[in-house]
Ligand binder design. Structure first.
Ligand SMILES: Nc1ncnc2c1ncn2[C@@H]1O[C@H](COP(=O)(O)OP(=O)(O)OP(=O)(O)O)[C@@H](O)[C@H]1O
Ligand SMILES: [Mg+2]
Length: 295
């Protein structure tokens, strides 16, 4: 039997809160366990209200922060054992991030093609300018773009949807087996969200990449997910096959989420009905996260 792609066991992250006096421990993520099997690639969705611990969980899975207690295994390797630069690089080659706001993920003064070239240089055998160009173009082709469309351009010269596609292309260059996408569509125009979400399906089916899709948005979650967990206040309140959970939520909070976001769809599919209050809140206070051009 092979190890699961990802296995989280009793993961907890505590933060200290409060002033000088009366500082107390706060559970941002509380005893979360789940696994993503490696039999076939899947879209695994983490959904929950603002502050429920989704980003904290994602950052632990990406090995950007350490859990307070609990373990994370990726392909059988304990993330806590990743210490050397080489081990870190090997892990980053396998597990790539996509963040919420593409305009904040790219330095506005840096041409976007540089990110693609740097990633190709660091994670592939490409070295000459022609090889780097080819690697960037191949990745861009997977997201419906070409190097000709982005060469020499700055972030503001691309649309939000295009830029998020470039971010996805960059994440694909190392040939990862998993992508962790933290609210990848909440800053993208509603009209373009479905195209990005559909792209995740294509990556799953054609490139065999598993996607952890973090979102506030039940409609796109319903549409794209294979499995889902619903988080509230750091805890997983419900989990299972996405259709089963979303069509027949058992937990009171999950029911509340569903009634707040989903509308009946005549075609029997989840549809976007505009922004949920939570999405608007996220837009008002986006987390600043920057793609490291070395990664
Ligand atoms: N570095 C930190 N120090 C202290 N508290 C933190 C830290 N990072 C996150 N938190 C707190 O942990 C909780 C979970 O935050 P997190 O960013 O994981 O939520 P989220 O589900 O991603 O929310 P959103 O949907 O708004 O992105 C929040 O109450 C947040 O204030
Ligand atoms: Mg978040």
């Amino acid at each position: 039997m092979t190890a699961p792609l990802l296995h989280l066991d009793s993961l907890t992250k505590l933060y200290k809160r409060g002033g000088l006096f009366g500082r107390e421990e706060f559970r941002a993520v509380d005893n979360v366990s789940f696994h993503i099997h490696d039999k076939e690639p899947q879209v695994f969705t983490i959904i929950g209200e603002s502050g429920s611990g989704k980003t904290t969980l994602a950052r632990m899975v990406l090995n950007m922060i350490r859990p307070t207690t609990g373990t994370i295994f990726f392909k059988g390797q304990d993330l806590a054992s990743i210490r050397s630069g080489g081990a870190r690089r090997r892990f980053m080659k396998e597990v790539q991030p996509i963040f919420q706001n593409p305009f904040e993920a790219f330095n506005p003064l840096k041409r976007v093609d540089r990110y693609l070239y740097m990633t190709a240089k660091n994670f592939t055998d490409a070295h000459s300018p022609a090889q780097l160009d080819a690697a960037a173009d191949a990745a861009l082709n997977k997201v419906g773009l070409s190097i000709g469309e982005v060469r020499g351009r700055f972030p503001h010269e691309l649309s939000g949807g295009q830029l998020q596609r470039v971010a996805i292309a960059r994440a694909l260059i190392p040939g990862p087996s998993m992508i962790v996408a933290d609210e990848p569509v909440s800053m993208v125009d509603a009209s373009l969200r479905m195209s990005i979400v559909n792209l995740f399906r294509t990556l799953r089916d054609d490139l065999k990449v598993s996607i952890i899709y973090i979102t506030h948005d039940l409609a796109t979650a319903y549409y794209v997910s294979d499995r889902i967990i619903i988080m509230r206040k750091g805890e997983v309140v419900e989990s299972g096959l996405a259709r089963v959970v979303l069509e027949n939520p058992q937990h009171e909070y999950s029911r509340l989420l569903k009634s707040a976001v989903l509308s009946p769809d005549p075609r029997g599919q989840g549809v976007l009905i505009g922004d949920s209050a939570a999405s608007q809140q996220a837009r008002a206070s986006p987390h600043r996260q920057t793609i490291n051009s070395q990664s």
